[in-house]
Design a protein around this ligand. Structure first.
Ligand code: ADQ
Length: 461
């Protein structure tokens, strides 16, 4: 069956000349190229009045359709409810949870606006694929407007257990909204089973049927696990190609044979960065032979600058990095290099490839693509080793990484030491096993499985 795919996400990643797309953009763009379609979302700019209709930009079979948002509405919808309520809640971090009814109402209004602006662009045989926690009510808003096409939802972050979810006053609204979809996808079995348990509660009273199907609120939907993958060949190629970039060579020269430990994360409290810096300090304390011989390169571009906790974590990290450097640095060695900026993918893959250890220690993460990219970018003849948090979705697949609990400072220090000391044979063996997993469940498989499930849901209506 043909029919276009209409992808909807908060932001639209329009590919730029000469830049390799990353993350979910690779999967969404491939689906849109295969079936033709639209990518709809916010264009990154705000206005003072009522937003205009979507601006369309054509590129082959893909139409990018973007809208601006009213400044105040954007603040309340994005910085407010999405990132001060849903983000911490879904990451099990109730200490960061804030709720404001006014911001929640803006969230619902922006979703209704998305639905209104998308509606005129839809065709009868489209399937609609909605991404992430910013847009949970979108299907319900589209249904209200008479849309009957299949609508799927993929959650890129974890889905919490009922006892955590119910801390949010409007949790029942969220659950009901999710039942307006035909397919609901998660990264891990744990997330899926939390969702199913929530739907079994008396508020929803769903029935779980065979084959991942659910009967809830008079509708049928399918909920399943679709762990997002990467394009391992692209990561390996970029890593090898950019090895001789000037900046990478300058880094190599400056390291003078020291072992590089790399961390690459958005500056976000879910990524466990203070915990990671403390563990690195513990490594230098407990395994003093590493002093002068290792360098931690932490790349962490700031995000969500409109949310105060993000400014706070930035200040906290600067303090810890300064403290470690002040305590351990020598005239010709600085233990932590901490950079608040983005790099293009080629450079990033080359840095991954050069690093002896990839340190990925979120305190909670839906999947974590950096972990997968780090493994894929390695030289198979002499691969570096991944130290990975058990609290990242990626740990369910990358079982051969050195697995650590990010809250266990001594344990993470020990894990880094294990990775640094690991023999070449063992590194190769573990790398091969992880690469095989990444190849088997790559980004193409992710989008194929999701789009197929969505198209199949039309056939069973
Ligand atoms: P994120 O929280 O953004 O994604 P992650 O999965 O690691 O986390 O993806 C980050 C992407 O941005 C990676 O492709 C990485 O290469 C890139 N990136 C990070 N820092 C960068 C930098 N300094 N310069 C350039 N690029 C950088 C959310 C969820 C995750 C889930 C993904 C996809 O929080 O759990 O894995 O969506 O579903």
């Amino acid at each position: 069956m043909t029919g276009r795919v209409v992808a909807v996400s908060n932001r639209v990643a329009i590919p730029r000349e000469g830049q390799a797309p990353g993350g979910l953009a690779v999967g969404v763009l491939a689906a849109l190229r295969e079936y033709g379609g639209i990518w709809f979302g916010w264009n990154g700019s705000t206005t003072t009045g009522e937003p205009k209709d979507a601006e369309l930009q054509q590129d082959g079979t893909i139409t990018y359709a973007t809208i601006s948002l009213n400044q105040q509405e954007f603040d309340d919808y994005y910085n407010g409810f999405s990132n001060q309520s849903l983000w911490p809640l879904f990451h099990y971090m109730l200490g960061h949870l804030k709720y404001d009814r006014r911001k929640f109402q803006a969230y619902v209004r922006v979703n209704a606006l998305f639905a209104r602006k998308l509606l005129p662009l839809l065709q009868d045989d489209d399937v609609i694929w909605v991404h992430d926690y910013h847009l949970i009510p979108l299907a319900a808003e589209l249904r209200r407007a008479g849309v009957t096409q299949p609508i799927g939802f993929f959650l890129h972050v974890p889905f919490p257990d009922y006892d955590v979810l119910r801390a949010l006053p409007v949790h029942e609204y969220l659950l009901r909204s999710m039942c307006a979809y035909d397919v609901v996808g998660f990264h891990t079995l744990g997330d899926l089973s939390s969702f199913q348990q929530c739907l079994l509660r008396p508020e929803i009273g769903a029935d779980l049927l065979p084959g991942g199907r659910i009967s809830a609120l008079g509708r049928r939907l399918v909920a399943d696990v679709f762990p997002i993958g990467i394009d391992p060949a692209q990561c390996a190629e970029l890593g090898a190609q950019h090895q001789s970039d000037r900046a990478v060579e300058r880094l190599q020269t400056s390291l003078q044979q020291r072992s590089l430990i790399i961390g690459v994360d958005r500056l976000d409290y879910s990524k466990g960065l203070p915990e990671r810096f403390h563990a690195y300090q513990r490594l230098l304390e407990h395994y003093p032979a590493n002093r002068r011989n290792v360098v931690l390169l932490q790349i962490a571009p700031p995000t969500r600058s409109g949310v105060r906790t993000y400014a706070e974590i930035r200040a906290e990290l600067e303090g810890i990095a300064g403290h470690i450097n002040g305590r351990f640095a020598e005239v010709d060695w600085v233990p932590v290099r901490y950079l608040n900026r983005s790099y293009d993918r080629g450079m990033l893959m080359a840095l991954y490839r050069y690093a002896r250890v990839g340190l990925v220690t979120p305190v909670r993460d839906g999947m974590n693509l950096v972990a997968k990219e780090y493994v894929a970018a390695q030289d198979p003849e002499d691969p570096g080793m991944l130290v990975l948090s058990t609290l990242a979705g990626a740990a369910r697949e990358l079982r051969e990484a050195v697995l650590v609990n990010p809250y266990d400072t001594d344990g993470v220090a020990e894990g880094i030491q294990t990775a640094l000391e690991m023999s070449l044979d063992e590194r190769r063996e573990r790398h091969q096993a992880m690469l095989a997993t990444l190849r088997q469940n790559d980004i193409s498989r992710w989008r194929q499985r999701f789009v197929e499930a969505l198209k199949a849901s039309r056939d069973t209506h």
